[in-house]
Design a protein around this ligand. Structure first.
Ligand SMILES: NC(=O)c1ccc[n+]([C@@H]2O[C@H](COP(=O)([O-])OP(=O)(O)OC[C@H]3O[C@@H](n4cnc5c(N)ncnc54)[C@H](OP(=O)(O)O)[C@@H]3O)[C@@H](O)[C@H]2O)c1
Length: 307
């Protein structure tokens, strides 16, 4: 579990020196990072916990470049700007922002994309949005679903699913979501038709409507059924099943524009069309517990580290 040492100077951050299970995470003393050109530094108030964080910790290769050890953890964060890098305009020290960067499970982090937090959003909530909104916007665009059509979302109650459902509904798309029994009412509260996954789910979905396009967010081995339901592998996208291309289905893994996604998130949140609930908050010292819980695969909305 986490070892905690006393800060003399610098800051605390969560770090791992070897790939492995949650117990490779340690809260360590580290040098503070500084904002380079086109970056801002924030005093982190909260960091979003994404499945990508524990996938990287395990040594799964997600990006184009290998992870250098020791490594920090976390992509998403919210906080207060305390350094503005060269060439950055439109943001000042003291602004409350949310966005994406690196090593965000820390007292200070550098962001490469950010936006001012919309009125009324807490730091805790704000940290849950950046990656999931970027992913949701990207896969809705890539699957090509239009207003008036019906989108099936497999694994609809997590972070990405919560964003997909609300954005699609805002665009006039009918959404059918699958989730566990405990999340049926939650999906309905987001404007979706809902049914459970597991035995007989294809028939239950058929009874809810004809499917024009489908998204696999859970990687639960349902690609063949999603192709059957849409009638066309081009109408299916997965973000979680690396074997999807074997069945002619696209795997979406390259992030789109994060600044554009944040701008869209601000607009949706301000219009009260998007809300990602915080399932549970953890301290920096509880990062391993946050990973264990996220890895169990049943997060509603997002888990968050509060700094
Ligand atoms: N390729 C990319 O660009 C990209 C980007 C973001 C995320 N991802 C990946 O996409 C996945 C989803 O991310 P997330 O952040 O939304 O995860 P998450 O918040 O952990 O949500 C996982 C969801 O999956 C549902 N689920 C669990 N077992 C299921 C099953 N057998 N069938 C259908 N649904 C099931 C759970 O619903 P219940 O709780 O109701 O059971 C839970 O709500 C992760 O694997 C993540 O690594 C990929």
């Amino acid at each position: 579990m986490l070892t905690v040492s006393v800060t003399v100077d610098g800051m605390k951050k969560v770090s791992f020196a070897e790939f492995g299970g949650p117990d490779v995470l340690h809260l360590v003393d580290a040098e503070e990072p500084h904002a380079g050109p086109d970056q801002v530094r924030i005093a982190v108030r909260a960091a979003g916990v994404n499945p990508a964080d524990w996938r990287v910790r395990e040594g799964q290769r997600l990006g184009a470049h290998p992870v250098e050890l020791p490594s920090g953890v976390g992509l998403d964060a919210s906080g207060v700007v305390d350094e503005v890098g060269e060439g950055v305009e439109g943001v000042e020290v003291g602004d409350h922002v949310f966005g994406e960067g690196a090593s965000t499970y820390a007292e200070f982090a550098v962001l490469s994309a950010w936006a001012r937090m919309p009125e009324g959003l807490t730091f805790e909530e704000a940290a849950g949005y950046p990656s999931v909104v970027e992913t949701a916007l990207r896969i809705i665009r890539e699957v090509g679903v239009q207003s008036g059509q019906t989108l099936l979302v497999s694994g609809a109650s997590g972070g990405v699913g919560s964003a997909v459902l609300q954005i699609a509904r805002d665009r006039g798309i009918t959404v059918i979501g699958t989730a566990g029994a405990a999340n049926q009412e939650y999906l309905r509260s987001l404007g979706a038709l809902a049914t459970t996954y597991g035995e007989g789910w294809v028939e239950r979905v058929r009874r809810l409507g004809r499917i024009d396009a489908a998204l696999d967010l859970a990687g639960s081995g349902v690609i063949r059924e999603l192709v059957e339901l849409t009638g066309d592998p081009q109408k299916v996208i997965s973000i979680a099943d690396l074997d999807a291309p074997d069945l002619g289905v696209r795997f979406s893994g390259v992030a789109g524009s994060v600044p554009a996604a944040l701008a869209e998130a601000v607009s949706l949140i301000s219009r009260k069309k998007l809300h990602i609930p915080v399932e549970k908050s953890y301290t920096l010292a509880e990062a391993a517990a946050a990973h264990i819980d996220s890895q169990a695969g049943h997060t509603r909305g997002r888990r968050v580290i509060v700094v």
